[in-house]
Design a protein around this ligand. Structure first.
Ligand code: ATP
Length: 378
């Protein structure tokens, strides 16, 4: 009997609790159909945790996350948090840093039968460096990466390290090697940020040299914003620094159909955290209309990562089946959510995904997904 894997579920703010419930329903259905060794523990982070415990990310939850086998984090509304000194800690940034989740893996693809807003089919995955860059809450050992020498002058420090660049480049190329296109594009602004993005490009070139079979090219980030709209199918695996990856991945997801489809995984060598790409969508919170596909798809990525890490094929098969069930649910207008022009609510979408799971043969072979980024546990 395989030992159970502990999944810590943090249900967040805004639409977080609604899409978390829908995602847990799908995970529980997949667990029972695929006999998955998963045990779920729910905890509150964000504003509910602040009201109860005086912090949006109580220390005990950080410890729980460190001990868990995987984490599912719902969107958090950091814009509404009090200052850090008063308990407003960004759960997403803090967990990414404390668990060293250096790779934010953000796939974006058009779905069969769903006309994409961009008019062109594409299938790409963005590897965004997740622990340094311009992010003031995580790029300093002590203090903040933003500071004000005078009330009228603000400085924001951007951290780029060779090790940080090499490790994101390595997982991006390892992943690209599993995909048919065998193509990596590094996105940068080395024409202006000659040192920081120069170091990033030098690191990408060093890793590219180890993969002679992979076509490697480099595109400046502003041109990339235009090219993604003009011809998204020209790209396959994209590797970039933290903030460029954040922006381009929202763009790519919206081009694929909706930000509500945007799944992602934060992965490191020892931990992984599923997290939708989007925010807490306060404008639609509490109405039961949010698209849960993003968090359900993120959970599927986590299952795939766990399946590769623990050598449990059923987890990887379940991940593939959930992905297929999402594809099928977004095709039919009756089960599509409003952000995609349909009429279904959050729960109805989850039910459609669960019904789709029932159609898939649970003994089917898994397709390679993000397993190249998951190291077997030693
Ligand atoms: P943050 O700063 O945390 O990213 P935000 O308010 O800037 O938050 P989002 O919360 O990502 O951005 O919302 C952007 C838009 O996309 C909003 O109109 C929101 O309603 C919509 N949106 C985001 N997620 C979903 C979803 N899962 N389903 C439907 N609409 C969504």
């Amino acid at each position: 009997m395989t030992n159970e894997l502990d999944i810590l579920v943090l249900d967040g703010d805004g639409i977080g609790p609604e899409i978390t419930r829908a995602t847990l329903d799908v995970l529980e259905a997949a667990s029972s159909r695929y006999c998955l060794p998963l045990r779920f523990t729910m905890e509150a982070v964000g504003l509910p945790a602040f009201e109860r415990e005086g912090s949006t990310l109580p220390e005990r939850i950080v410890a729980q996350a460190q001990a868990a086998d995987g984490i599912l984090l719902a969107p958090v509304d950091t814009a509404s948090y009090p200052p850090r000194e008063e308990g407003g800690v960004n759960p997403s940034g803090t967990l990414r840093r404390k668990l060293d989740l250096f790779a934010n893996i953000r796939p974006a693809r058009t779905r069969p039968g769903v006309p994409p807003p961009c008019g062109k089919p594409f299938d790409c995955v963005i590897f965004r460096e997740n622990t340094e860059g311009f992010y003031a809450d995580r790029n300093m050992a002590v203090g903040s990466g933003e500071f004000m020498p005078t009330p009228d002058l603000a400085l924001s420090v951007r951290k780029i390290s060779r090790d940080g660049c090499l490790r994101i480049a390595r997982v991006a190329f390892a992943h690209a090697a599993t995909r048919p296109a065998q193509h990596v594009t590094a996105v940068h602004k080395a024409n202006v940020l000659k040192l920081g993005d120069g170091l990033f490009l030098a690191s990408c070139r060093e890793v590219a040299a180890q993969y002679p079979q992979i076509r490697y090219d480099e595109v400046i980030v502003d041109a990339m914003a235009a090219l993604l709209i003009r011809d998204p199918g020209a790209f396959d695996t994209i590797v970039t620094t933290n903030m460029f990856g954040d922006i381009l991945s929202d763009q790519a997801s919206e081009l694929s159909g909706s930000l509500g489809l945007a799944a992602s995984l934060n992965a490191g060598d020892a931990h992984a955290m599923a997290q939708a790409q989007h925010g807490s969508a306060p404008d639609i919170a509490g109405r039961g209309i949010a698209n849960p596909a993003s968090l359900i798809g993120s959970a599927a990525m986590l299952l795939d990562w766990l399946g590769a890490r623990h050598a449990i094929p059923a987890l990887r098969r379940a991940a593939t089946a959930i992905e297929k069930a999402i594809d099928d649910a977004v095709v039919a207008p009756g089960t599509r959510t409003r952000d995609m022009g349909g009429e279904a609510g959050t729960d109805a979408f989850a039910r459609a995904v669960i019904a789709g799971l029932e159609q898939v043969d649970p003994s089917g072979a898994p397709a390679p997904a993000i397993s190249a980024c998951s190291r077997p546990r030693t």
